[in-house]
Write a protein that binds this ligand. Structure first.
Ligand code: AMP
Ligand code: MG
Length: 397
């Protein structure tokens, strides 16, 4: 067996560098900037009002209440064609440009208007700049807005739209194929001795959750020829391929045999539980992950190896799940076996502490506990964690 860190480093080191391209802003959510972005325009582009009210000269409000004559109305989107002189006010709506002559806005709630709409009484004194949103207060022209490596979230998309950046230089979104293998698996109703293929859906969902485009490569029997065809087709079409099943010590575990023949692979027995067997390498220069077949194992293996590798392949700098220390409620028992155990746990945050509790059956076939888990508790080799003991946890969400 090899240590977890060694296996992970091997996988990460062999994965290719991210490929940059230009995409439409509308398709850029979750992608990583390959170049910094500079603002070419000021945001806001002109001084405008943050409130509905009256644009005034601040000096005129000294000794308020004061009466000012109304010289017009400015809606958002219109351009002022008159000046606000001394003793005057212009009605103004949020977002409208500050008219020449004015230097402050009084909110409508602090004013009253005569019946004939010619005079406004301003009830408060306001300073210069009151409720004025200055040109470039958000972004100045020439300012560096985002550095390369920024992961684009909804607010980043909004900022880019605000400066007219309709296409962005990013690392290309990955396409990753998913293949299930096993004579016992079916997509329809299982007959005697058969079970439903669940790994393909779970792995495609994990990819989607990571911002990767999943490609369904189907389900093949434990047949060397079928396995080889499916993997080669996936390797040609995709940036990476995930297979599940057929990498253990069974008589019909042909995935490992096929990959050894067609790829430059390494078969690893990693000192972890679940997900001990892992085949990883390159087929046609495409990374291929031979994940174990047990449903929990394939998901944990994805979490520990495939996810960080795929994230680095599409430009992410932070590829790790956050790790926190937590108190174990009820303890997490285990026996010494030379492996690090990753236990599925429910995580809560109460009274300023993370607390974890077993999410249910820890067998590698018990996928329901994986669904209840918010984290993987990292239990070093030994006798486990006692009730109230401390344990490190990898947060999955
Ligand atoms: P294997 O690694 O092929 O020996 O499979 C280990 C266990 O995982 C067996 O009990 C398989 O039936 C099960 N298994 C393998 N592939 C899948 C799959 N795609 N969906 C559900 N169970 C699977
Ligand atoms: Mg199998």
């Amino acid at each position: 067996m090899i240590p977890f860190e060694e296996a992970r480093a091997y996988v990460l080191n062999r994965c290719p560098a991210p490929v940059a391209g230009v995409v439409d802003l509308r398709g850029a959510l979750g992608l990583v900037l390959s170049e910094p972005v500079c603002a070419l325009e000021a945001v806001p582009p002109f001084d405008n009002t943050a409130m509905d009210g009256f644009a005034v000269r601040a000096a005129d409000t000294t000794g308020a209440p004061v009466a000012l004559s109304i010289v017009g109305t400015l809606a958002a989107g219109s351009v002022p064609d008159t000046e606000v002189g001394a003793g005057e006010a212009m009605r103004i709506m949020t977002g409208a440009p500050i008219p020449p002559g004015a230097d402050a806005v009084v909110m409508v709630e602090r004013t009253s208007v005569t019946d004939d709409d010619t005079v406004v009484t301003v009830e408060v004194e306001v300073p210069v700049g009151n409720h004025v949103r200055g040109t470039g207060e958000d972004l100045r022209p020439g300012q560096k807005v985002f550095v390369a490596g920024t992961v684009l979230g909804p607010a980043h998309i909004g900022v880019l739209a605000s400066i007219g950046c309709r296409s962005v230089a990013v690392y290309r979104r990955l396409r990753v194929g998913v293949l299930s293998t096993g004579d016992e698996l079916v997509t329809g109703t299982p007959g005697p001795g058969q079970i439903r293929d669940s790994n393909r859906d779970a792995l495609l969902a994990l990819l989607e959750d990571s911002g990767v485009t999943g490609v369904d490569l189907g389900l093949v029997a434990d047949d060397e020829h079928e396995i080889e065809q499916a993997i080669v087709a996936g390797a040609v079409d995709c940036d990476a391929v995930l297979t599940s099943g057929g990498v253990s010590m069974g008589d019909f575990d042909y995935v490992k045999a096929v990959l050894d023949r067609i790829g430059d692979m390494r078969w690893m027995q990693v000192a972890i539980r679940p997900a001990k067997p892992l085949v990883f390498g390159l087929v046609e220069d495409t990374p291929v992950f031979g994940l174990p077949g047990n449903p929990v194992s394939s998901m944990v293996s994805f979490e520990l190896f495939a996810r960080p590798a795929l994230l680095s392949m599409f430009g992410h700098v932070m590829v790790e799940r956050p790790r926190v220390m937590a108190v174990s409620d009820g303890g997490l028992g285990r026996r010494p076996d030379g492996k690090v155990h990753f236990a599925r746990v429910a995580v809560a945050y109460t009274d300023g502490r993370y607390r974890v509790r077993s999410a249910g059956g820890q067998g590698s076939h018990q996928l329901s506990a994986m669904a209840s888990a918010d984290g993987l508790a990292v239990i070093p080799d030994g006798d486990g964690v006692i009730d109230g003991g401390e344990v490190e946890v990898l947060l999955l969400r």
